[in-house]
Structures are given as structure tokens and as C-alpha cells.
Design a protein around this ligand. Structure first.
Ligand code: 5GP
Ligand code: ZN
Length: 112
């Protein structure tokens, strides 16, 4: 999608600190980190929200990619959180689905 921020990041039109990329997914550090470790995993194909897909393999791959990266970055054992915000009340601000992975500190529950 030409007017989507994350599609532009995938295309390289907007710079981002890339961590990982394959044929399906792209991962990069969040520009406004909410924890010492905070990266996003996104599908390369544009999907507006979690309500707009039935692609179980792709949604699963986002989680497994986050886990692999957290292991590679060395904070998986201490722990981390993966979360996908959906629509307004879920706090979604970018409408190209993305899995947040946060770690490197104690994360409180419930979230705000
Ligand atoms: P949401 O609120 O939609 O769940 O999360 C969107 C996330 O994208 C936010 O954590 C925000 O900091 C991040 N973000 C927004 N614009 C950019 C950008 O241009 N580059 C990067 N790396 N992250 C961004
Ligand atoms: Zn997009």
C-alpha cells in the first residue's frame, strides 16, 4: 500500500533499524522504545488489523520470529512480552499489523 508507513519501511523508502527479514516477515526496532528492548515484527504483505486476516501460518510466524530474535538478542530467558494492538480501543496507531516484542525490564500486568 503506497500510503502505509510500514509498507514504506519494508520497501526501504523510510529508514528503520532492521533486525531480520525473510520472504514473509520484516523486523525492526521501534522508534519510540517502551522498554530497553522493543522491536516490531510485521508481515511483508499489507494487512490492516488482526481482524482482517485468516492467515494462521503468517500470524504464527510473527510470534516465532519474535521469539527467535529475543533469543538471538539475549533476553528471551529473562522474559519478554509480545502483543498486537487492534483498532482504537486496543491502542493501534499504525494500520499495518505488527507484533510488539518488549523486554529487558520487569513488565507490569495488567497493561494500561
Ligand atoms: P501501535 O500503537 O500501532 O500498536 O504501534 C505502532 C508502533 O510503531 C509504535 O510503538 C511506534 O513507536 C512505532 N512507530 C511509528 N512510526 C515508526 C517509524 O517511523 N519507525 C519505527 N521504527 N517505528 C515506528
Ligand atoms: Zn502496509
Amino acid at each position: 500500500m503506497s500510503d502505509c508507513l510500514f509498507c514504506k519501511i519494508i520497501a526501504g523508502d523510510i529508514p528503520a533499524e532492521k533486525i531480520y527479514e525473510d520472504e514473509d516477515v520484516f523486523a525492526f526496532f521501534d522508534v519510540a522504545a517502551q522498554a530497553p528492548q522493543h522491536f516490531l515484527v510485521i508481515p511483508k504483505k499489507h494487512i490492516n488489523t488482526l481482524n482482517d486476516t485468516k492467515d494462521a501460518a503468517l500470524i504464527g510466524k510473527l510470534s516465532l520470529t519474535a521469539s527467535k530474535i529475543a533469543q538471538d538478542l539475549g533476553f528471551a530467558k529473562d522474559g519478554y512480552r509480545v502483543v498486537m494492538n487492534c483498532n482504537e480501543q486496543g491502542g493501534q496507531t499504525v494500520y499495518h499489523i505488527h507484533l510488539h516484542c518488549l523486554g529487558g525490564r520487569n513488565l507490569s500486568w495488567p497493561p494500561g
